[in-house]
Design a protein. Structure first.
Lengths: 395, 292
């Protein structure tokens, strides 16, 4: 069972076809649920009915709620026994968040990070040079400002310098780059620390002011009229923040040329991990057959297929360094930036209630992003409203 | 006769089965679950009244959702009933083209909810949507309908006001049931249009109106789900977070079946209170009228 856009789905269809031709005795039925929240609801309902999918692709921010309830089969032992793949073949940064209470629960297929997708034609037209690998927050803002344009002089912005989803996963790398912290620990944190440091609040303010002060990002109204991603794809947003996930869809763009650049740098280097892993419910019967699929999907052959679609930054070092990922004939040309940032990647907290916390944080962040209250007030509300989810009472 | 009744019973059977399987049994299960903790992943455990306590103590969205739902019912129901009544009166008599207008009134009701929500998402689009473009043409700067906290809930009320086909048809039938003679007598006595409405049409339509109002309270409480889920997701900042959406999120997205069921029970109680109030008020009003 997988989630994602139609272009992403095609990659997994190719994977399943390849697997079935290699293992003709095992039949795989692909279930595709486009949206993340529906996906989560489906997993819950399937577990309740005792009919979970044999394999589930789950993001590292979302697997802990299942791991904490013991419904996922730890896959560490399977990996240790595998003749096809070894722990050392993977980037440790991808595996780390999937260790729950010392056991490797799921096998990650990828380790993407947040990068800046940019429209080269808009940069050329505005006479702005392309981002280089060590640009700073100031360079970033200045670039966005120069690219934000009101073409017909009617007072409305026609081209935005920057577009982004307004969420914690987008804010997090900037927070870390400025020396702030979201929570006190990476695993099972007990407190939100965003409001406890000036570095954190500074980063929050900087992020929010991209919209409220500088107007380089669409406001609520403009965003609801047309979301930033579709604006980017229609050539009216110069830079768009996204993980590797957008690539299969963006490869369909023919109207302009685009590439990726690393995030601008703050006081220290940091990026945010995006990783999805194959998980196996513990209640299913034929675990060996299911492992055969997970093993294949994470073997060099399997990861190569999905990587070629553009969807993933492979979690296997060998595949990530191969032309399957770094193909010079396929966009983005600068794919290597995804690999360069790997040592700096940090991950969002691993805890069973993180999904709910993130939902509240994002709600508060959006309120701030579009209405401009003081950053300290936003952070306080975030702490206050999520209090019950840290070390939660019996709910 | 006996045979006829038996046939009737057989014909009712599928509906009875449907009601039991799809409504009665789930309702009973929900009532039981309301007193348990259940996360779908492990079996439910008895929790007594603690769900109610937890909701009161921790759920800061629930009061907002209750208020929004109540506000929605208070705004939408009168508008919908009055709208249906006005249109039924206006399109009561056969004239050229009246069939076309009646179809036009009924048509929005036929559109499936999801499609209807998507249409209005476009209508309300602050820049490209027809509503704001029309407003701009007459010199008014339209608001960000679904992004401005002041306009988001009224916007959803507005779209619900166009789906009144069923009430419209019922009232049209009600109007046709009123004998013409009454109006003729009134005309002989020199009754004005308003007097005819006040002393003939309205009293004779009242049973229909009471029925429609009660039904509409039930309907509008639940019908906020699709527009909120599809169009706003409860945004901006919970301005369109209605009870059904909140219950859905709590239950199916956050895996808290127990407290989701508790909220459902609360919602049913709340709706019952409104229904009883409406019924008592309308009934009292009828008695008072009898002495006019």
């Amino acid at each position: 069972m997988i989630f994602g856009d139609p272009a992403e789905r095609a990659a997994y269809e190719a994977l399943v076809t390849a697997f079935e031709s290699e293992h003709p005795t095992i039949q795989v039925q692909l279930i595709h649920i486009p949206s993340q929240s529906d996906y989560r609801a489906r997993i819950g309902a399937d577990f309740a009915a005792n009919t979970p999918s044999d394999v589930m692709l789950i993001n590292y921010r979302r697997y802990a709620q299942f791991a904490a309830r013991g419904v996922l089969e730890p896959l560490g032992d399977y990996l240790d026994r595998s003749p096809l793949i070894q722990t050392e073949d993977f980037y440790p940064e991808a595996l780390e968040p999937f260790y729950w209470e010392g056991k490797l629960i799921c096998i990650p297929q990828n380790l993407s990070s947040l990068v800046v997708y940019y429209n080269k034609n808009l940069f050329d037209a505005a006479g702005v040079s392309y981002p280089n690998n060590d640009w700073t927050w100031d360079d970033f803002l200045e670039t966005a400002q120069r690219l934000t344009q009101d073409l017909d002089g009617d007072g409305n912005t026609d081209i935005y310098g920057l577009g982004t989803e307004v969420s914690i996963v987008r804010l997090a790398p900037f927070l870390w780059q400025n020396g702030g912290e979201l929570t006190n620990t990476d695993f099972n944190p007990t407190v939100l620390t965003l409001d406890r440091s000036n570095e954190g609040l500074e980063a929050l303010q900087w992020f929010i002011q991209l919209q409220t002060v500088h107007g380089v990002v669409p406001n609520a109204e403009a965003e609801s009229a047309e979301d930033s991603e579709s604006r980017f794809m229609n050539g009216r947003t110069a830079m768009y923040l996204n993980s590797r996930r957008g690539v299969p869809t963006y490869r369909e763009i023919t109207a302009f040329d685009w590439d990726v650049a690393p995030l601008p740098q703050g006081k220290q280097r940091a990026g945010v991990l995006h990783a999805d892993a194959y998980c196996m419910p513990s209640m299913i019967d034929d675990k060996e057959a299911v492992w055969t699929f997970i093993e294949y999907a994470n073997s060099p052959a399997g990861q190569t297929i999905v990587a070629q679609s553009g969807r993933t930054v492979p979690s296997l070092r060998a595949v990530a360094e191969s032309p399957a990922f770094l193909d010079p004939n396929k966009k983005p040309l600068n794919s290597r930036v995804f690999l360069d940032v790997i040592p700096d990647l940090k991950f969002l907290p691993i805890m069973s209630t993180w999904v709910e916390i993130e939902e509240i944080l994002t709600e508060e962040l959006q309120l701030g992003f579009y209405n401009d209250p003081a950053p300290h007030d936003i952070a306080l509300m975030m702490s206050f409203r999520t209090l019950e989810y840290f070390d939660p009472p019996q709910r | 006769m006996l045979n006829y009744r038996r046939t009737l019973r057989w014909m009712l059977l599928p509906y009875l089965m449907g009601t039991v399987i799809l409504i009665v049994i789930p309702a009973i299960v929900t009532l039981i679950l309301a007193f348990t903790q259940y996360d779908l992943l492990s079996p439910p455990s008895w929790y007594g009244f603690n769900n109610f306590r937890d909701l009161a103590q921790f759920d800061d969205i629930l009061p907002r959702a209750m208020l929004n739902s109540l506000l929605f019912v208070l705004l939408a129901v009168p508008l919908r009933i009055l709208g249906a009544l006005a249109l039924a009166l206006f399109l009561e008599h056969r004239r050229r083209g009246v069939g076309l207008y009646r179809t036009a009134v009924y048509l929005p009701t036929l559109i499936p909810d999801v499609a209807y929500a998507l249409i209005w998402l476009w209508v309300f689009n602050p820049i490209y949507g027809p509503l704001n473009q029309v407003l701009e043409a007459i010199g008014i700067e339209g608001p960000g309908w679904l992004t401005d906290a002041r306009f988001a809930l009224p916007a959803i009320v507005l779209m619900s006001v166009f789906q009144i086909g069923e009430g419209f048809v019922v009232l049209l039938a009600g109007l046709h049931n009123i004998p013409r003679d009454y109006y003729d007598v009134a005309a002989v006595d020199g009754g004005t249009g308003w007097q005819k409405f006040r002393y003939i049409t309205f009293p004779l339509l009242r049973p229909w109106l009471i029925l429609l109002t009660l039904r509409d309270v039930l309907l509008t409480t639940q019908n906020t789900f699709t527009p909120a889920y599809i169009m706003t997701g409860g945004d901006p900042y919970y301005a369109t977070m209605f009870l059904p959406l909140h219950i859905y999120k709590e239950t199916f997205e956050d895996f808290r079946y127990g407290s989701g069921a508790t909220m459902t029970v609360l919602m049913i109680c709340g709706v019952s209170v409104i229904l009883i109030t409406v019924f008592v008020v309308l009934k009292g009003w009828r008695n008072q009228n009898a002495y006019d």
